[in-house]
Every structure is written in C-alpha cells, then in structure tokens.
Write a protein that binds this ligand. Structure first.
Ligand code: F0G
Length: 368
C-alpha cells in the first residue's frame, strides 16, 4: 500500500517483517512521546482500508464506501492504538499496575500491553456481558479479572475511584494518551485516500473513539494534509443510545455488548465533535446491526463484531441522504472472532451435520 511506503520509507525495514514499526514510531512527531518514552508495541496500526464493493454498488450514485478494518490490530480491536500510547506513558511514569473497566476489548488490549510492559493488569467487567473471545484473551494475557454484578457504567465508576485511592494507572478512554494513540486511525485514512472522506461512520459507546478521530482529522487538516473535514456520523444501538436521547440510560440493552453503555464518559467531547463536523448522531436497532453484520460477511468477506457493524447499519439507514460521488469510511472497530456466539446464532449459512462421508449423499444435499 502506498501510504505504508510513504510512512515507512524512512525506516530500515528491520523493525518488523514488513517494515511497519508500530504507530508510535510511525507517527512520533504527532504524539506526546520523547526519546525517554519506552515504546511498548505489538506493531499495531496500518490496518487495511477495504472498499465495500457490494454495498457501494447497491447505493450507487458514484459513492465509494470503505471499511477501516481495525479488527486486524494485534488484539483484534482499535483499542490497541490507544493502549500502546497509554501503556508506554504509564511505563515512562514508573507505573507498576493498570486498571480499567471494560465491555471486553479494552480489557484484552490493556492486559496484552500491560503484561508486555511487565505491569499487572486489573480489569473490571460486567458479569455475563463480555463476549467469549474477549474474555479468553484477557485470561490468556494474564489479566486479573473481576466480574461485577453491574454494568459497564458501574465498573467505570469504580475504577475511576480506585485509581485515585491506589497507585494504579487508569487506562480507559478518560486517559488522554488513549485518544492520542487512537487519532492515528484518521491519519492513516488520509495518508491512504489522499484526503479526508466526506463522511466517517462510527459506532459509539463511551465515545472516546469518535473524539479521537476528530482530533486526528483536525490536526491533519490544520497541517494541510487534507483539504476538508469529514461529517461525523455516530451510531449507537437503540436500547443503549444515551448520546442520541441526551440522557443517561440506567439499563442499557443491545446484542452489541461492546457498546452496551448508558453513561458515556466522553459525552462532552463527542457533542463538540458532532457540532464542529456538522455531524449526526442516531441509533440503529439490533435487527439493523445484525443485518449489516451478515451483509459484511457474506457480500464483502469481512467478519466484524456486532458493535462494529453499527457503523454500516447507520450508513444504510442514511443511504438516501448520501451525496453523489462522495467517499465514505465506516469504522469496523473489532474482529468478528471476538464474539463467536453471535456469529453462530446469526447467519444465513447452510450447515448440514451428521452426514455420511459419501460423495453421492453429499452431492445430493448440495444439489449438484
Ligand atoms: N466498537 C467496539 C468493538 C468496542 O469495543 C467499543 C468500546 C466501541 C466500538 C465504542 O468505542 O467507547 O470509544 O465509543 N469498547 C469499550 C471496551 C467500552 O471496554 O472495550 P468508544
């Protein structure tokens, strides 16, 4: 990809197999790091921007739609962009342990990077509402996991208190280094497209990522690396849409457990980003999320987790409003393998079990 060559041109190629050094090294001059910062990296970033051929075609009007597939980061979600920064800075400050609340992805990423940096990782999760793949990751990465009888919002309230009481660095998106790392996704999009897209469609939970993208788009625009700013189209799940209703939801509900959040901590930043970008926040139903999730899989060959599909569900909901010949990026925040239960329950595949190993029988079933 040309944008990787542009960025990586200055590296020797010895840093990793394909020469990508990880996002801190690649975007150093845009990030709050110094020569004293120990860089803790799993070579995150440089994720693919994939044109959604079938969905672009169905919308027509000369529109080009891309997916920024951040599920291909080292722990399978965009959180790694923020975590490489937050953990590197924590290490620089002599931190021995980090803490976070999580619907799953933050805990997986925090655990991976903290352990790599030789720190303890404490994670609080809502008992019974974290997808299997994410839980498996946190376990294998060696996190110390507390599943609470309560939702994400309660867990976040607790870890904020605990990080004040004890010598623990909080690595949720209230940690400003998280957003600094995550803004690099906007840089990558502009580096690859040569300009900002017209729209950025993105799922919102705690609203850190949308705020980070806006930071990145604005910085590149001010540096004249793009000639326009995108309209931010932020989507939440209908049963879990505090930013759409502008009110706290005490008992958020959605199949997309990653964004099952009723009181987003980055609310003010998100509203500011929406206003500055002349954007729109709206909800999508769980049925719309699952329908987009299935379409991405079977028409585009892209497997994302349900929360990520909210960006595409939102785009499809707004398809009549899309300007002709526009370029749109939908952020796919997490990998589909994170939530195998959802995949197995929601697909249109033909799956025949208990079949004899007999060609005649098999070809009959397949109608050959
Ligand atoms: N998509 C996925 C896959 C997520 O895991 C999250 C948040 C979001 C979207 C929303 O991003 O919070 O920055 O608006 N997951 C957090 C977690 C809350 O704990 O893993 P946001």
């Amino acid at each position: 990809m040309t944008f990787i060559k542009n960025i990586v041109g200055k590296f020797t190629g010895s840093e990793s197999k394909n020469g990508w050094p990880g996002l801190i090294e690649a975007y150093k001059k845009w990030l709050p790091v110094t020569s004293q910062t120990p860089i803790i990296t799993l070579k995150e970033g440089a994720t693919p921007l994939i044109e959604l051929l079938s969905i672009s075609k169905s919308i027509g009007k000369g529109v080009k739609i891309y997916a920024k597939y951040d599920g291909l980061n080292p722990t399978g979600s965009f959180k790694d962009r923020g975590m490489t920064m937050a953990i590197s800075k924590a290490k620089e400050d002599g931190c021995k342990a980090v803490i976070c609340a999580s619907t799953g992805n933050t805990s997986a990423s925090a655990a991976a990077y903290a352990r790599r940096g030789d720190m303890r990782a404490f994670v609080l999760i809502p008992d019974g509402y974290v997808a299997q793949g994410k839980l498996a990751q946190a376990l294998v990465y060696g996190a110390e996991i507390i599943a609470i009888k309560g939702n994400f919002d309660k867990a976040l309230e607790l870890v904020q208190k605990m990080s004040k009481e004890f010598p623990l660095t909080l690595v949720n998106s209230v940690n400003p280094y998280r957003l600094q790392g995550q803004k690099t996704a906007a840089f990558e999009i502009i580096d690859e497209l040569g300009n900002a897209p017209d729209w950025l469609c993105i799922p919102m939970g705690n609203a850190g990522n949308i705020s980070a993208y806006w930071l990145g788009f604005k910085e590149y625009f001010e540096a004249k690396k793009s000639t326009k700013l995108p309209k931010l189209m932020g989507y939440q799940a209908k049963g879990s849409a505090p930013l759409v209703y502008n009110q706290i939801i005490d008992e958020p509900k959605t199949i997309a457990t990653a964004i099952r959040i009723g009181n987003p901590v980055n609310k003010e930043k998100a509203y500011k980003a929406k206003a500055e970008s002349n954007g729109t926040f709206d909800y999508v139903t769980d049925d719309e999320i699952i329908s987009a999730y299935k379409r991405l899989g079977k028409e585009e060959g892209i497997f994302c987790e349900p929360a990520s599909a909210a960006s595409v569900a939102g785009l499809l909901k707004y398809s009549n409003n899309i300007p002709e010949n526009s370029t749109i990026v939908c952020v796919l925040t997490g990998n589909g393998l994170k939530d195998p239960d959802c995949a197995i329950k929601n697909n249109d595949a033909s799956f025949y079990t208990g079949i004899n190993p007999d060609m005649k029988e098999i070809s009959k079933i397949l109608g050959l």
